[in-house]
Design a protein. Structure first.
Length: 170
């Protein structure tokens, strides 16, 4: 008689466990489907541009404008010349690299030859700097002041400001 009672209790426990697992599975499937449907409703549909059908979009943007139609902030008309990115290794440790993008704000008419000379001088100067000299906000400030001083000497006051675009140490 004891065996019969144990068998019924065991069967009830197993069927309860199976029902719980089935209920959790059904709820999981319903939640996943609801999330998928809601995600589909909330995400915006993005149309891909068809360049082949619109040849006027394939033409390069005129100088001084970006491809999305907004004007560049750094144009010669504004007195700003953006220099080409400078990538070089540091003096110590030599396996560290620095990438720097800067723009020069001229007081009067921009001078492209002078900007190229300044570009080369910045590249040469960065090769003499160690990582310890430019670490942290204070080191960055010292680097900026040194570069501005060098630019002021080279340009004889023609450049009024040095603007950092990016500064990356790797």
């Amino acid at each position: 008689m004891l065996d019969e009672t144990m068998g019924e209790a065991s069967t009830k426990k197993r069927s309860g466990l199976i029902m719980t697992i089935a209920a959790v599975g059904v709820v999981t499937v319903i939640a996943g489907a609801g999330g998928w449907i809601l995600g589909g409703m909330l995400t915006p549909e993005v149309a891909k541009p068809k360049i082949a059908e619109q040849p006027e979009l394939a033409v390069a943007a005129p100088e001084g404008e970006k491809e999305d139609g907004l004007p560049h902030i750094s144009t010669e008309a504004n007195g700003v010349i953006q220099l080409e990115p400078i990538t070089t290794n540091l003096a110590f440790p030599t396996d560290r690299w620095v990438r720097l993008e800067v723009a020069l704000l001229f007081k009067d008419k921009p001078d492209v030859k002078l900007a190229e000379t300044i570009h080369q001088d910045i590249a040469v100067y960065l090769r003499t700097v160690s990582l310890q000299q430019i670490e942290g906000p204070r080191g960055f400030q010292y680097l900026k002041e040194d570069l501005e001083e060098r630019i002021d000497m080279i340009s004889e006051g023609k450049v009024s400001r040095l603007m950092f675009r990016t500064f990356l140490i790797q």
